[in-house]
Design a protein around this ligand. Sequence first.
Ligand SMILES: Nc1ncnc2c1ncn2[C@@H]1O[C@H](COP(=O)(O)OP(=O)(O)OP(=O)(O)O)[C@@H](O)[C@H]1O
Ligand SMILES: [Mg+2]
Length: 455
Amino acid sequence: MNDLKHSKPPIRELLVLNFTNHDFQGERELKQFNWLCIQADSFDCALQYLNSNQIKIAIAIISNSPTQKILHAINQLNDHQNGLVWIAITEETHPLDNKLTACLSRYFVDYHHQPVDWKRLNHTLGHAYGMAVLKKSLHSNLQSKNHGNGLLGNSQLIKQLKTNLSKVADSDESVLISGETGTGKGLCAHLIHSQSRRETGPFITINCGALPQSLIHSELFGHEKGAFTGADKQYIGHIERANKGTLFLDEIGDLSLESQVNLLQFLEEHIIERLGGSRNIPIDCRIIFASHVNLEAAVEEGRFREDLYYRINILHLHAPSLREHKEDIPLLASEYLELFNPESRKYTLSPKALDTMLAYEWPGNVRELKNRIHRAIIMANSEQLNAADLGIKITHIQPDVNDVVDLAQHRVEIDTELLLDAIKRNNHNISAAARELKISRTTFYRLIKKCKIKL
Ligand SMILES: Nc1ncnc2c1ncn2[C@@H]1O[C@H](COP(=O)(O)OP(=O)(O)OP(=O)(O)O)[C@@H](O)[C@H]1O
Ligand SMILES: [Mg+2]
């Protein structure tokens, strides 16, 4: 008797990252246990998939002696996706070499040898999945412990944002969220989904700025086997995966004009056709857009289609910059101090540190505040954090009344410092530097140009 038939679990997504030169053959084998293998053939591709937020476990297929590059990639993906649980598949090897043993014990909950016993692997994956769900709920409990409905702040601007967000969540219309980097646009998108009737459906994120132009169409709409050279299997695109849920198109201002035409057509009809396919597939999803660039200005400059702008700008939420609600800084600071506090220690801010925070312009907004507190807790010598621990340099704490503070110039100076630091820390690897600053490569290059940095 086939006991699988009696207790078939729901389809669960599984990231497969192949670091060897051999093809992974397990897609069909694992499908019978209801695992949907999402195969990533590059680090960037894996990041894109993880952005969809559905994936909780990952398989790494590694050779006998993992390189620094592999370890670095796994580390980075872990940073990106809290609670991701890894299982390794190694080439048959007895005994294991030292490097491999160290790698397996550090990053993986279990490992399997080639040739794989798929039934045994299914059991491992089931356990790993359960652990990942536990970890995730622990993480979100920690996050939500002090974080109410997720958006922190008692200022008028944040209260208004929360009210508008609840209203928007009740409707099924498209929403455009604007705001500078780090102001919580992604967070708002998640909240809209989790407060909407689509809460139990998928939440799929596409970072339009991070997708390579050549792949964007098939990433969005999917493709059939043989649609183009290299399309050796069918691929379900992000839009199709968002069926019955929410599709979050982040950095929509970075989408090329060509892709904007295709997107507009989808928004009108809610039907897609996979590349190389001939079937119309209706998609039922709610769409949320976010942009840190001013889309009206982009329309005027001819970089964004006017008809698309009006189509997506039906409901509009604006996430204010932290400069506009500085009264929330003490509350945000104390929440993050508690969130990052290692157990049994109690970090506080010195009065001077708080003054400095209130005087600072926060170009990276709440994300920057969160990161600075996190870093200060790790690096500080005492439990009272001072301004130096936060690494904030104030050039105009009390501007002379006769001084004209040129905010635009001041921001260029701050951006220049942040960019140069990130470039240096990442040995001139632009993709890594952009990832560290949590901005797309396109945005990174735009800022480099704005700040006149020579690479
Ligand atoms: N008002 C807020 N309350 C609580 N957390 C916030 C708030 N605003 C931002 N954050 C936190 O700051 C970080 C950055 O937020 P998020 O990624 O949503 O910003 P973003 O506007 O999407 O930035 P980007 O344009 O760079 O993508 C996240 O950890 C988020 O939880
Ligand atoms: Mg974002």
